[in-house]
Design a protein around this ligand. Structure first.
Ligand SMILES: [Zn+2]
Length: 208
């Protein structure tokens, strides 16, 4: 197996590398792991205190869920793998609050996070436009999740091209949506793969 970094486009949050000496099944496994199993943070739950804007609570909650949040994988666990067993604690969730009064556009930068490491990647994402007298007040809960469950937890766009069908070479592009950097996506995918293989070994051994 050989890996060569072809391009590191930091401004575009994108890396391009070539992977050779593996077959299509292996390359595709890596692609799927990167796109759908690498966890990132996203808003999953919203408690509304006030909302007399033009958008219904559920529409607003959906929009909030799609805002990419910077993700710190060292400090958070997936709820189902957390020591609290999914009940919710400081190791698996973070609260963000939003309080805005019209008139004016409410932007993602107005979401105030309890953890400075978990905040909107982009500050100028429009959430809702408020008119005079309209207000929104809410508390949102963000958790780690995986793209295979909902695309809001997708870490980015991952694909490969095969320049020469006779050679086992795959040109991978990993473009992050900003929650993690592209290298973190690749490394975390391998980490997830290792864990799955360990689980597989344990299960095989328990059959003996
Ligand atoms: Zn927890």
């Amino acid at each position: 197996m050989e890996i060569k970094l072809l391009e590191n486009q930091e401004k575009k949050n994108r890396i391009i590398f070539s992977l050779s000496g593996v077959d299509t099944a292996y390359a595709n496994t890596l692609r799927r792991l990167m796109g759908f199993e690498v966890p990132v943070m996203a808003i999953e739950d919203v408690e509304f205190r006030k909302n007399n804007s033009i958008l219904y609570d559920e529409v607003l909650a959906h929009r909030l869920g799609l805002i990419p949040l910077t993700t710190d994988l060292k400090s958070y666990d997936l709820p189902e793998e957390c020591k609290c067993k999914g009940a919710g604690c400081a190791s698996c969730q973070v609260k963000l609050t939003l309080k805005a009064t019209g008139p004016g556009m409410v932007y993602s930068s107005e979401l105030k996070s309890k953890d400075p490491a978990i905040k909107p990647v982009f500050s100028k994402i429009p959430i809702v436009k408020l008119l005079e007298g309209q207000e929104v007040e809410l508390e949102a809960t963000a958790i780690l999740g995986q793209g295979k469950v909902h695309s809001k937890w997708c870490p980015g766009l991952v694909y490969y091209k095969i320049p020469d069908p006779d050679k086992n070479e795959f040109i991978f592009t990993v473009e992050s949506w900003g929650q993690l950097n592209p290298k973190e996506i690749v490394l975390k995918a391998i980490d997830v793969y290792n864990k799955q293989l360990e689980e597989f070994i344990d299960k095989i051994k328990s059959l003996e």
